[in-house]
Design a binder for this molecule. Structure first.
Ligand code: SF4
Length: 483
């Protein structure tokens, strides 16, 4: 067997390592075909040879952990270089699966197992280099933070199975579950279950950005709910239909649909559906530039969220209100609303709180953030497509029709926090904690017997429970999950 030099073909776009200002002594090993490199970081020479860490980047795991920051997952192998001619000869003789060749041609023996709980963090062009204190507050559980270049930090021991992994292993794609539920409902001739499965399927397609299939499935669900005169579920389905219309760039038509959804929710006396509809009315109003109307809708939704005790939605709505106040030039109200959102997130142990706080700090200081990279796209149908923030938050973060991308200043900074939060949620390594398997099981059992469970989603919060139950800090909107 030959000595090892690389981990296998790269799967993503390699970052520009030349902008990292690597410390003297760090060796680079080109990665075939990617234009990227693996880094060799030297340790202090000891008796028995010099230790090295070989850091192999995983460019497909790149994400933006904060304004102006970029990060990527990496794997680290620790090796010991025997040194000198004797070491080189010995290496050649003993070349095997745990023997590595350094870029200078010498060999080294692997010590221990490969580590995958590692991130490399750097700043984008024009932004200040990341500082260690900032990184430690971002990943408080990190085992170590080491500067390896003027613009590069190595963060070890980030929580979970490692960056790049989905925030939790999901048993199946929500779309596949919805398709199975639909087939079963049709086989049993159960119209209500059929409508519920169609609504779930349409929502799954919405998360996968497949507007055509989403509208088709939601339209069928809507027709059945009309037949059954189920106003509450009609409102939920229409709301998702409006989000599809919004996502394809027609906020005017979306607003009409959301208003119909609101009317149905009120007719049904369903306060959860009413606050969801009001949130969407606000979103469409904001996209249409009707700031005062949007704010009024968010405030009504906020009052309902407080009345029913739905803290997660309350925090979201406070942040949306902060954005809208900022857009309207109400700086003090924007700050107060943003601070209230962050306080609530902290109370809920939401690891995204620090990220929102950083965006609010920059807004308060009048700073300009470097543009954030777009959240990594999840493959259609993969579990990751259902993680990382609501569709409403995605639409907030996206520019409206004819609008440029959000400027990295003023209200744009507050909107950008939503994109950054989405990026963060996709990676366990970025600070999210997964719930213990037993907790997940008990949460899912509770949902399975709950009247608000559609078979796939919680109708009260709109989340896919299979994804939500796996994130430790999440909670049931009506407190049903076991402590
Ligand atoms: S999260 Fe709570 S309300 Fe929603 S389905 Fe589960 S148990 Fe029911």
């Amino acid at each position: 067997m030959q000595p090892r030099t690389a981990d296998g073909p790269p799967t993503g776009h390699a970052p520009d390592w030349r902008a990292w200002g690597l410390d003297g002594g760090v060796l680079t090993e080109p990665t075939p075909g990617s234009g990227g490199v693996a880094l060799w970081l030297p340790g202090a020479k000891e008796r028995g040879g010099r230790p090295w860490q070989r850091v192999s980047l995983r460019p497909d795991t790149g994400f933006a952990p904060g304004p102006g920051l970029q990060a990527t997952g990496a794997t680290v192998v620790r090796v010991r270089q025997s040194g000198g001619l004797f070491g080189k000869l010995l290496g050649r003789l003993r070349a095997g699966d745990r023997t590595w060749v350094l870029p200078d041609g010498s060999t080294a023996e692997q010590q221990g197992e490969r580590q995958s709980d590692v991130l490399l963090v750097w700043s984008e062009a024009g932004a200040a280099p990341p500082d260690e204190a900032q990184i430690r507050s971002r990943w408080p559980g990190a085992r170590g933070v080491r500067r390896v270049g003027t613009n590069l930090l190595l963060v070890e021991g980030v929580e979970g199975p490692g960056p790049g992994a989905p925030a939790a292993p999901l048993p199946d794609s929500p779309r596949a579950v919805a398709e199975r539920l639909l087939a079963a409902a049709r086989a049993a001739g159960d119209r209500r279950a059929e409508a519920s499965a169609l609504a779930d399927l349409g929502t799954a397609y919405l998360h996968e950005s497949d507007a055509e299939k989403s509208v088709a499935a939601l339209g069928e669900a809507l027709a059945i709910y009309k037949e059954l005169r189920d106003r509450s579920r009609e409102s939920d389905t229409l709301g998702n239909m409006g989000l599809v219309v919004m996502a394809i760039g027609n906020p005017g038509r979306a607003l009409e649909i959301f208003q119909m959804s609101l009317g149905l929710a009120r007719e049904a006396g369903d306060r959860y559906a009413e606050k969801a509809a009001l949130e969407r009315v606000g979103l469409a109003g904001a996209k249409l530039g009707r700031g005062a109307e949007a704010l009024a809708a968010f405030e009504q939704a906020l009052a309902l969220a407080r009345a029913v005790g739905h803290r997660k939605h309350e925090a979201d709505l406070l942040w949306y209100a902060a954005i809208q106040h900022a857009e309207l030039g109400h700086r003090d109200q924007a700050l107060a609303s943003g601070e209230a959102a962050i306080a609530l997130m902290q109370k809920m142990r939401n690891p995204q709180a620090a990220l929102f706080a950083e965006h609010l700090r920059k807004y308060r200081a009048g700073e300009t953030g470097a543009a954030l990279a777009a959240p990594p796209a999840a493959p259609a149908g993969s579990p990751e497509a259902y993680l990382g923030g609501s569709v409403v938050a995605d639409l907030w973060a996206a520019p409206g029709p004819g609008q440029a991308a959000a400027p990295a200043e003023g209200p744009g900074l507050l909107r950008m926090a939503l994109s950054a939060a989405k990026s963060m949620a996709r990676f366990v390594g970025s600070g999210f904690k997964t719930a213990a398997p037993d907790t997940v099981r008990r949460r899912l059992e509770t949902c399975a017997s709950c009247e608000h469970f559609t078979g796939l989603r919680c109708r009260l919060c709109g989340c896919f429970t299979g994804a939500k139950a796996r994130l430790d800090h999440e909670e049931c909107p009506v407190g049903k999950w076991p402590a």
